[in-house]
Design a protein. Structure first.
Lengths: 379, 545, 348
């Protein structure tokens, strides 16, 4: 892959008289998953420079939450990263529980793991569906949505929502899951695993897919560390980190699961890690359902959620990376300040670094493989 | 088509833990192989996948003709049971989007017995939800202490005009017809009042029909009547005159108590034919109004459920309602937990027999909560009895209240500052809608001092109440907690802050709050801001005093 | 100038040359849009079923047969927007320049021995010449739209169509060598065994290369870089709406697809001849053979189209210049050797 660089070098040295132009990719563009804008300076088909512009969807959540009590915040934060609503609710409540010193009953902890991991599968399915679509293969998209529908159906039967679940409460869950949930969850999750072969045949094993992804958009380890990239993207660059394993929260230390890392940090590895994480999530769900204890799903909590003054930082492994809630309470029913560290923001920050001297077509592949949700960036 | 009907494709070589393809921690080898460029094989594999799907059955649901069977928990639209609404404004206050509009006015009703005082109650004029603003979080349904709001799974109410999306109470009440009863809970779920039976490790896969056994015969017996009462309630709500039926429901609950299991179930089945009402009333006949104080074990539970139904009754209905005062004195949560504490086997059967989308009265969703006997039941009994007698309650009333307290203690329902249900509908909301911002909108905890010596008022009049809004309490006073709750409820309020019972000098307040904030470690601007707010509050309080 | 169909079917009526021309025009002008509509419907349905969906089910009643018709009517009634800074004349003419050649392709495709609009002696040349005109239309559309995405798409299209013209021409040359004629009817009649089966290898390679080239020339995935909707949002047609969009893009795409399926059928699959020279099969009318083969080719194109991801422009060029063209050249040599040295009993 030298020749984008060659073109750029030729152009810079004056051997080739070219004129660069600025291409506005977005805010409305099918490959940007929302209102994300990429100011691309292109020289022919080669991107000389790229500058992500964000903020088209800023909703001021960090300020909004200061005027709402914690239960209301649950439903706000689930709208940050709308693909993984319940994964956003979790750290928020974990922060409150930590501050209030509330013990979550074991059943609730297991249940949280199940829901969060199912949500991770949902999220990953969405991303590898959209990745295929961006590369021009629209059929895997529909297969992924078929699986998503099954999981969403099960989750809806428990939580009442399909995307914004709003199911977590301080000290546990809103209520126990309905009868048949475990069975349905196992069925849906196993279905996904059984059908993963289809994705492997359609995308991973496909020569055109390999042409388009292997060696494209290489993100080196140094960039991962300096930009604070986390999640599957970091793992694809051989950065072996996962909050679930390194700093176990909930009951993650009781499960047997693996952290997959790539070796090259290119689009292919990112996609590959994503697919394999689905398998791990499915394994966790299976184990959790097997081992789940009986008991209440809501701990002993005061009627009014009013954490004492103090501050706390809680981090969890969101499907897209590390999600942190830095909560400062002044003893009120509302947070004094809630700083949210979202993975998408860092994942997008590193884009200019990766996008330099690539083709326009590769830009789309790279955008698709840098998993981000716009709502997560512009909280 | 539901998910259950779809065929499952299982991976040929096992899934999850056993899947051979995913069995080592790091996969450089697998990754290396998969990265390697192959020549043409992958293309044909992909084509085989799509070709296979060409001959598979499709997965789509032809929506308008075929509808997906959505879960009863689906948050589709919010239904309003208008009779249950007491205009407590909790939903409107808790709504994150402020999309619930409530208007009400006060009505003065004639005294229910000669020489009594006229009573006031809030009448709901307007209850509207703007679905253009609603974010479907369900907090209003969750906080409603009187079971007036329910989720329905209907979702087809798109409109051409955004103004049409504001559903007034008539439309919201229409949705009630589509409300489903909550689903039974998953295996291993703890139902209040009993510990869940442990799941056999490993062997008991989900879906096995194992259910926890009822812990004690007494509990089981206590729970039957309430089943019956519930069932009757279903029938009566369908009947044109719910108010008249209400007392008999109460009694039906208690009379059924000693009856056999079969009897209870029978009544429940009859419910669907609508005949149960008559049966229940006949049954209730001999028991008379003093059923509420009948010394059966079931009294607490039955009465707690009766509360739900009593709400529907008109305030001036008759003596029997007021006689069941102690039952009304129960905190609403006990009602809900009593419902959910039904014996699981019966529970399941009941929901399975359910006629479907046309159930009139949905049951409160079970709210599993950690329960264990909080206090010694007998001690509570005697303590409450003593307290009631000292207060001057009649012996029967005192005994009933004490019993209720005992049952609650046994079931581990914490005595706390939960909102109280006042059986004769003492006005519980101090405001009339949104018009008056200076007065804190009334949570049930924060009922303003109403000099109304109703059956509950005697309980509610606490010496500590003072200038603070004397919360009408649960039948067992628990001053410190109640105090906090009251304060909490009126946190937005001005002079009613329990911290400053007497109007404080504004400057002094300023200094005090500033010092407090600094001590707490707040930053200077915040501390100043809070202190200023305190000063303004104090000034206002002074002005009003 | 033989092969006038109506005269043979209805021998009593004698037309003047002008009348014949008029009839031919009407036939072609009706056939092509109808074929586009049917092709579009097949596309919808096959795509849907490949993805475990149902596709259109309502318009027209039975399994949504009227979907493409309804779509077409909708597009006709949509507002025709010409961007302010666009070059209006070029912008307006471009769709015509794309669609008219697509119609003209149908003129020389024989559906049966006598069912051909115009049997040219140099039919193959005509096909190749007409097939390349659309490129100019695409370039015009992209350039005149005053849109950066359109420009990128137009340049991609130009580069791509030029690169793939070469293997197509070479493979047609192979066919012409094997058949010994440039007349399309002659080529078909020469295929008692279709060229894809016989001569072994040569015909198959020629077919595969031609098929790939045709996919690229029609800008179908995996070679749809000029219109890649997730990259450069349908490229040259970004600014088009309504009628112009459907004639420039959708309609032309469908017309091209069916036309190329017909051409491939004619050149490699034996056209209206039975698939193997077995006597009972000749009782099946030629038009049925032709339609069946063409439908299969359309099915194959759609199947491939929605299974594969898209290549990158430079990869496509590499594929064309470094792989397909060398293979084509070798294949021409092989074909020449076959024609010169193959013993005559191998010919039948």
């Amino acid at each position: 892959m030298q020749w984008p660089e060659e073109v750029v070098a030729d152009s810079a040295s004056g051997r080739l008289q070219t004129q660069s132009m600025v291409l506005n990719v977005g805010p409305q563009h099918p490959a940007t998953h929302g209102v994300f804008r990429l100011l691309a300076t292109i020289d022919g088909e080669v991107l000389v420079d790229a500058e992500p512009v964000i903020g088209y969807m800023h909703r001021g959540y960090e300020k909004l939450v200061e005027a709402r009590d914690y239960r209301q915040i649950t439903n706000l934060v689930s709208r940050m990263d709308w693909l993984s609503g319940i994964s956003n609710e979790l750290p928020m409540w974990m922060a409150v529980e930590k501050l209030m010193d509330i013990e979550v009953p074991p059943r609730a902890q297991y249940m949280r793991v199940i829901l969060v991991e199912m949500n991770r599968i949902l999220n990953h399915l969405m991303f590898f569906a959209s990745f295929g679509a961006e590369l021009g293969a629209i059929t895997p998209t529909f297969y992924a949505f078929r699986e998503r529908e099954d999981i969403q159906y099960v989750m809806e039967s428990a939580t009442g929502g399909r995307m914004h679940f709003g199911f977590m409460r301080c000290g546990g869950l809103k209520e126990d899951v309905p009868r048949g949930f475990f069975e349905g969850a196992l069925k849906a999750v196993r279905q996904v695993i059984a059908r993963l072969d289809q994705y492997e045949d359609l995308l991973i094993g496909n020569e055109i897919f390999k042409e388009r992804t292997v060696g494209i958009g290489v993100l080196d380890r140094e960039a991962v560390h300096s930009y604070g990239v986390t999640g599957p993207i970091a793992r694809a660059s051989d950065v072996d980190m996962d909050v679930r394993r390194d700093e176990p929260y909930l009951v993650y230390d009781r499960f047997d699961f693996d952290i997959h890392t790539g070796m090259h940090g290119d689009c292919f590895d990112r996609f590959w890690v994503l697919v394999h994480e689905v398998v791990e999530s499915a394994r966790i769900v299976e184990q959790a359902i097997e081992d789940i204890p009986s008991g209440p799903v809501l701990g002993k909590v005061p009627r009014v959620i009013q954490p004492p003054a103090g501050e706390v930082y809680v981090r969890t492994e969101n499907p897209l990376g590390e999600l942190g809630f830095y909560l400062i309470s002044d003893g009120d029913r509302r947070p004094y300040r809630m700083k949210i560290r979202t993975p998408s923001y860092n994942n997008v920050s590193v884009l200019p670094h990766v996008l330099k001297n690539t083709f326009v077509a590769d830009m789309i592949a790279i955008l698709g493989s840098f998993f981000f949700v716009l709502g997560d960036i512009d909280r | 088509m539901t998910i259950d009907e779809r065929p499952v494709e299982t991976a040929s070589a096992g899934t999850g833990r056993e899947h051979p393809a995913y069995s080592s921690t790091r996969y450089p080898e697998k990754l290396r192989i998969e990265r390697k460029m192959t020549f043409g094989i992958g293309l044909f594999k992909g084509m085989a996948v799509t070709l296979k799907h060409l001959f598979k059955h499709n997965t789509v649901i032809q929506y308008p003709e075929v509808k997906q069977d959505l879960s009863p928990r689906t948050r589709g639209v919010i239904a309003l049971k208008e009779e249950n609404c007491t205009v407590c404004m909790l939903c409107a206050r808790e709504c994150p989007d402020w999309c619930i509009y409530i208007d009400s006015h006060k009505e003065t009703l004639p005294p229910k017995r000669a020489g009594g005082r006229p009573r006031k109650r809030n009448v709901l004029d307007r209850f509207a939800i703007d679905y253009a603003l609603c974010m479907y979080c369900g907090i209003c349904v969750e906080v409603c202490p009187y079971d007036a709001l329910f989720w329905s799974r209907e979702f087809e109410y798109a409109e051409f005009d955004i103004r049409e999306l504001t559903h007034e109470k008539e439309k919201l009440s229409d949705w009630m017809a589509s409300v489903l009863p909550p689903p039974s809970l998953e295996q291993g779920a703890e139902l209040p009042g009993q510990a869940a039976a442990p799941i056999a490790a490993g062997g008991a896969g989900p879906g096995s029909a194992q259910r926890p056994a009822p812990p004690a015969a007494v509990t089981a017996a206590a729970e039957r009547p309430e089943q019956a009462a519930k069932a009757t309630a279903t029938a009566t709500a369908a009947a044109p005159a719910p108010s008249a039926a209400s007392p008999s429901q109460t009694q039906a609950g208690e009379t059924a108590a000693p009856d056999s299991v079969a009897r209870a179930t029978e009544e429940k089945v009859e419910t669907h034919t609508g005949d149960a009402l008559a049966g229940a009333v006949t049954d209730a006949g001999p028991s008379g109004p003093d059923a509420a104080v009948s010394p059966t074990e079931a009294a607490g539970t039955g009465a707690a459920v009766a509360k739900d139904d009593a709400v529907t009754s008109e305030p001036g209905v008759g003596a029997s309602t007021s006689e069941s005062g102690p039952a009304g004195g129960l905190e609403p949560l006990s009602g809900t937990s009593a419902v959910s504490s039904t014996q699981p086997g019966v529970d399941v059967a009941k929901y399975q027999e359910n006629p479907g989308p046309n159930v009139e009265v949905p049951h409160e969703e079970p709210r599993p909560r950690a329960l264990e006997p909080t206090e010694d039941a007998d001690a509570v009994y005697s303590e409450v009895l003593q307290g009631q007698l000292e207060k001057g309650s009649s012996p029967q009333v005192a005994e009933a209240r004490a019993k209720v307290a005992k049952v609650k203690a046994q079931r581990g329902i914490k005595r706390g500052p939960t909102p109280v249900y006042t059986p004769n509908l003492v006005p519980s909301a101090p405001t009339q809608g949104h018009e008056d911002p200076s007065v804190p909108s009334g949570a049930p905890e924060a009922t303003p001092p109403e000099p109304d010596p109703g059956p509950v008022a005697s309980t509610a009049q606490e010496p500590a109440a003072g200038a603070a809004p004397p919360a009408s309490r649960a039948s067992q006073p628990d001053p410190p907690e109640a105090e906090t709750a009251g304060a909490e409820a009126s946190s937005g309020g001005a002079a009613s802050s329990p911290d400053s019972p007497a109007p404080e000098d504004p400057e002094a307040a300023y200094e005090r709050v500033l010092a407090e904030e600094r001590a707490k470690g707040s930053s200077d601007p915040v501390a100043m801001g809070r202190a200023k707010a305190a000063r303004v509050r104090a000034q206002k309080a002074k002005g009003s005093a | 100038m033989s092969g006038l169909t109506l005269a043979t079917i209805v021998p009593d009526i004698h037309f003047t040359a002008w009348e014949i021309l008029a009839v031919k025009l009407v036939v072609v002008l009706v056939t092509v849009p109808v074929v586009s509509l049917i092709g579009g419907y097949v596309l919808h349905k096959e795509l849907a079923h490949l993805q475990q969906r149902l596709g259109p089910m309502y318009p027209g009643g039975f399994h949504g047969w009227g979907q493409t018709l309804a779509d077409g009517i909708k597009f006709i009634f949509k507002e025709d927007i010409i961007p302010l800074t666009a070059d209006k004349w070029v912008f307006s003419l471009a769709p015509a320049l794309i669609y008219v050649p697509a119609i003209m392709l149908y003129l020389v495709i024989p559906m049966d021995r006598n069912l051909i609009v115009e049997n040219l002696d140099v039919g193959v040349f005509y096909l190749l010449a007409i097939g390349s005109i659309a490129t100019i239309g695409v370039l015009m559309a992209g350039w005149s739209s005053a849109n950066k995405y359109s420009l990128l798409g137009a340049l991609r299209a130009a580069a791509q169509l030029i690169a793939y013209e070469l293997p197509i021409v070479l493979m047609v040359a192979v066919v012409a060598m094997l058949a010994g004629t440039l007349s399309i009817l002659g080529i078909v009649e020469k295929q008692s065994w279709p060229f894809i089966l016989w001569p072994p290898g040569i015909g198959l390679v020629a077919f595969l290369v031609f098929f790939t080239g045709a996919m690229a020339e029609m800008t179908l995935p995996p070679f749809d870089m000029p219109v890649a909707e997730s990259e450069i949002i349908t490229g040259p047609f970004t600014e088009y709406t309504g009628m112009r969009f459907i004639f420039g893009f959708f309609g032309a795409e469908m017309a091209h697809m069916v036309a190329f399926a017909g051409i491939i059928t004619t050149l490699f699959l034996g056209g209206f001849m039975p698939i193997v020279p077995w006597h009972p099969l000749t009782y099946i009318p030629g038009i049925i053979w032709f339609l069946a083969k063409t439908s299969f080719m359309v099915f194959l194109m759609i199947w491939i189209r929605f299974t594969f991801p898209r290549l990158r422009e430079d990869q496509l060029q590499q594929f064309a210049w470094k792989f397909l063209i060398p293979v084509s050249l070798v294949n021409i040599l092989a074909a020449g050797a076959w024609v010169l040295y193959a013993p005559s009993w191998l010919w039948k």
